[in-house]
Design a protein around this ligand. Structure first.
Ligand SMILES: Nc1ncnc2c1ncn2[C@@H]1O[C@H](COP(=O)(O)OP(=O)(O)OP(=O)(O)O)[C@@H](O)[C@H]1O
Ligand SMILES: Nc1ncnc2c1ncn2[C@@H]1O[C@H](COP(=O)(O)OP(=O)(O)OP(=O)(O)O)[C@@H](O)[C@H]1O
Ligand SMILES: [Mg+2]
Ligand SMILES: [Mg+2]
Lengths: 220, 220
C-alpha cells in the first residue's frame, strides 16, 4: 500500500540546511499496524507528514497504491488526503472558533451528506471517544486530553483507509489512553492501516511492526 | 507558601454551568514537590491556572505567602506571576513568529538586563534542555518535544520560586523526559517549589507528595 524509497527531507533555517530525513526506505502493507519510535527531534513527525501527503519529500519516491505521488498535482493530493487518510496531529490543530462536533465534522465537507447527517456522524465519533456531552464546547473550552480526543474522532469520521496518529495518547491518563488504543485496534481489525508515533514502548508492543528512527534514519 | 481553601471554578458554556473545581483544599510548603494526577477532564489544568495566578477562582480563598490574592489588582498579579512563577503550559503557548531563544527570553522583559545579557541567559537555559543548536529556529521549525523543552526553559529563566509544569514530558521520549525530570529535581534541591501535572505514575513516585483529582475534587 505504502512504499517509500530513499525519502529525504531537508529544511532550511536561514542559511543553514538541516536534513530531517536521510534516505528512508519503508514498505507498509494494507491492514498492517506500525509504530514509529525514536528520540525527540529524530524525524518522526516529518515522516508522518510525508506519508500523510501533507508535505513533499526533498528527494526520493513515495508510491501510494502503486502510484508515484510526485506525479500528482496539489488538487489531486488534497482529494486523496481527504478520502484515504485520517491524521491526528501532535498538536491537534483544532479550529479555534468551532465546537467539538464542528471540528469532527470538518473532513465531511466534501461528502454528499447534508448538515444533519454530518452532525449525526460527528456525534457518533465524539461518543466513541467519550465526549458526547462536550459536543458544543468550543475548542478552547476543552481540556488538553479532550482536544486530543476530538482530533482522534476527526481522523476517523471520513472512514479513511489509513490512520496516521502522531502520539495519540500523549495527553491522556492510562485509562483514557487505553480506550483510544482499543478504538485504533478495532480500526485495524476492520482492515484499516494504522501508523502510530509513540514514546511509549508498551504501545509499540501492540502493533504488528515497530521501526525506530534516529537522526533521520531508520535503524535496526 | 500556597494555601487553597474551598477553591471552586465554574465555567459557562452557553447556558450550561460546569463545575470544573468543587471546593478544593490544598496546602503546599515552600520547597516541596507535588504531583497532580487524575483522568482527562478532571480539573488539573484548571487548578494549575489558579495556583499560577492565570485565572481567578469562582469561590474560595488563595493565600500566596500568607496574602489573599483576591485582594490584588490585575497589575499586582501580573508582577507576582512574572517574578515568582514559572509556568509550562500543556500546549506550550510559544510565540509563533519568534525564535526559540526569544521565546525563552520573554519573561526577562521586565528585568534590568540588557539585550545581550537576556540572550546569554536564554542560551544558558536552552543549552540545559539540549537545544543550544536550535536557538535560532522559529517556533514552527521545531519538533513537538523541542517546543515542549523551549517552554520548560522559558519557565526557568527568570529564577522563579514556584515552577508549575502541566505534563512536562508528554511529548518526550523516555531518555529526554528523564533529563527534564532531573532538571526539575535540581530546581527542587535549590529550594524551589515544583508542582507537576502528570499522567505517568513513575513520575509521581518521585515527588514528595501526590494528590489525585476526580471530577473537580481531591480524592484520597
Ligand atoms: N520547518 C522546519 N525548519 C527547520 N527545521 C525543522 C523544521 N521542522 C522540523 N525541523 C527539525 O527537524 C527535526 C525533526 O523534526 P520532527 O518534528 O520530525 O521530530 P520528531 O521526531 O517528531 O520529534 P518529537 O518527538 O519531539 O515530536 C527536528 O530537529 C526539528 O527541529
Ligand atoms: N473555558 C471553558 N469552558 C467550559 N468548560 C471548560 C473550559 N475550560 C475547561 N473546561 C472543562 O473543565 C474540565 C476540566 O478541564 P481541565 O483542563 O482542568 O482538565 P484536565 O484535568 O487538565 O484534563 P487533561 O488531562 O485532559 O488535560 C473539562 O471537562 C473541560 O471540558
Ligand atoms: Mg513529533
Ligand atoms: Mg490538562
Amino acid at each position: 500500500l505504502i512504499e517509500l524509497e530513499g525519502i529525504s527531507k531537508t529544511y532550511k533555517t536561514g542559511k543553514i540546511s538541516f536534513e530531517a530525513l536521510r534516505g528512508v526506505d519503508l514498505k507498509i502493507e494494507k491492514g498492517e499496524s506500525l509504530s514509529i519510535i525514536g528520540p525527540s527531534g529524530s524525524g518522526k513527525s516529518t515522516l508522518m507528514h510525508i506519508i500523510g501527503l501533507l508535505d513533499k519529500p526533498t528527494k526520493g519516491n513515495y508510491l501510494l497504491d502503486g502510484k508515484n505521488i510526485n506525479r500528482h498535482n496539489s488538487n489531486k493530493l488534497a482529494v486523496l488526503r481527504n478520502q484515504k487518510i485520517g491524521f491526528v496531529f501532535q498538536s491537534f490543530h483544532l479550529l479555534q472558533g468551532s465546537t467539538a462536533w464542528e471540528n469532527v465534522a470538518l473532513p465531511l465537507a466534501y461528502s454528499r451528506k447534508n448538515n444533519k447527517q454530518k452532525k449525526e456522524k460527528a456525534m457518533k465519533y465524539l461518543d466513541l471517544v467519550g465526549l458526547k456531552r462536550w459536543a458544543s464546547h468550543k475548542s478552547n473550552e476543552l481540556s488538553g486530553g479532550q482536544m486530543q480526543r476530538v482530533a482522534i474522532a476527526r481522523s476517523l469520521v471520513n472512514d479513511p483507509e489509513i490512520i496516521l496518529a502522531d502520539e495519540p495518547t500523549g495527553n491522556l491518563d492510562s485509562k483514557t489512553g487505553e480506550e483510544i488504543l482499543k478504538i485504533l485496534e478495532e480500526q485495524k481489525q476492520r482492515g484499516i492501516t494504522v501508523i502510530l508515533v509513540t514514546h511509549d514502548p508498551e504501545i509499540s508492543k501492540r502493533t504488528d511492526k515497530t521501526i525506530k528512527i534516529l537522526d533521520g534514519n531508520i535503524v535496526k
